[in-house]
Design a protein around this ligand. Structure first.
Ligand SMILES: [Zn+2]
Ligand SMILES: [Zn+2]
Length: 356
């Protein structure tokens, strides 16, 4: 007789399912994420056959206005997908006049349920917004959508696609919008962790706990909406690539840390990231893929593109680093994501609850 299978509901907190890489087969990708069936990784067990991971929720970051609207649309179509709106630092120089303002209106309207802001959005000069409204036959891109975050935004010196001062200015606008709406901000940082550190310390200086040794889970935002329990967090530094010291400093400021492919890579240059994942407070750690990018070890180079279910391999690596079971890491990180993004009740079982 075999023991009962334990289901592990994962949250992929950063999956670019709104990019063209997934346009042709998104239904299949979501279906197999949700069911935990992933033929490409058959035989590569996450722990043992008694554990069956599946994706219970995924947050879909935006890189520009078009993908912001697409993220909203996907969150309407799929119960397990949640939306974010924003402009990626590498797209900062490509944004058209009015794009940022359209994104701002969406976030504000989503939070306020402000009909006037919504109407203003529909009447804006931005054709992408208008086209969506006309084609979908709904009154607003927000109708039935599940907007849970602002982003992704941040700083990137690795690709250097936009002047750094343009990235910085747009980043601050996202942080302001996060503060105004109470929505968590999805922060990207590549080869810019010292710059990011300076911005966060400055912007959230008034949010730091008075007693630095006190637990850091109660940042106090002067401008946040009426406080709920637990208090809101300013967001997540996704695909964390900083030092262990930065991991601790940023969680002290109230941030969550998203770990993905980097933490699984055996190369020595990623050792510091693994150390950060080992020492960061467990109640501040999130799992992510950054799909279609950053496929985790041991699938790196073996998959054409990364997809949400490989989050299980990130969980496995963090479990190894911290001396925990995969089940414990999944349970805790899913709880963390639900707290940060204020998810509704998530599914606890895969869609096809039989082993394949
Ligand atoms: Zn990113
Ligand atoms: Zn991303």
């Amino acid at each position: 007789m075999s023991a009962p299978v334990r289901f592990l509901p994962l949250v992929d907190t950063h999956a670019h399912l709104n990019l063209d890489a997934f346009a042709a087969d998104l239904d299949d990708v979501v279906a197999r994420s949700r069911s935990g069936r992933f033929p490409e990784i058959r035989g590569r067990r996450v722990e043992d056959a008694l554990f069956r991971p599946f994706v219970a929720a995924a947050v879909c970051p935006a890189v520009d206005l078009e993908t912001s609207l697409r993220s909203l649309e996907l969150s309407r179509r799929f119960d397990v997908l949640f939306a974010a709106v924003g402009i990626h630092p590498n797209h900062a120089a490509l944004a058209e006049p009015g794009d940022w303002e359209a994104i701002e209106r969406l976030a504000l309207a989503a939070v306020d349920g402000d009909v006037k802001a919504d109407a203003a959005n529909a009447n804006s000069a931005n054709s992408a917004t208008d086209t969506t409204d006309a084609n979908s036959g709904v009154s607003s891109p927000l109708d039935g959508a599940k907007l849970v975050a602002v982003g992704e935004t941040g700083l990137d010196r690795y690709w250097d696609d936009a002047p750094f001062d343009v990235q910085s200015a747009l980043f601050l606008k996202h942080l302001e919008l996060g503060r105004r709406t109470g929505l968590p901000v999805l922060i990207h940082s590549r080869d810019a962790n010292d710059d990011l550190d300076a911005v966060l310390r400055d912007f959230y200086a008034d949010a730091a706990p008075a007693d630095a040794s006190a637990p850091s889970n109660s940042p106090n935002f002067p401008n946040s909406p009426k406080s709920t329990s637990p208090p809101p967090s300013p967001g997540v530094v996704h695909s964390f690539s900083g030092t262990p010291e930065q991991a601790l400093a940023w969680t002290e400021l109230g941030f969550y840390l998203g770990f993905g492919g980097f933490v699984t890579y055996p190369n020595r240059k990623f050792a510091e990231i693994a150390e950060a994942a080992r020492v960061a407070p467990l109640d501040r750690i999130l799992l992510e893929t950054d799909a279609p990018f950053l496929t985790p070890h041991p699938l790196r180079g073996k998959l054409e593109r990364n997809e949400p279910l490989t989050t299980a391999f990130v969980a496995k690596r963090i479990a190894e680093l911290r001396g925990l079971s995969v089940a414990d890491v999944v349970r805790q990180t899913t709880e963390n994501a639900a707290r940060l993004f204020r998810f509704p009740t998530l599914p606890t079982e895969p869609t096809e609850p039989t082993l394949v």
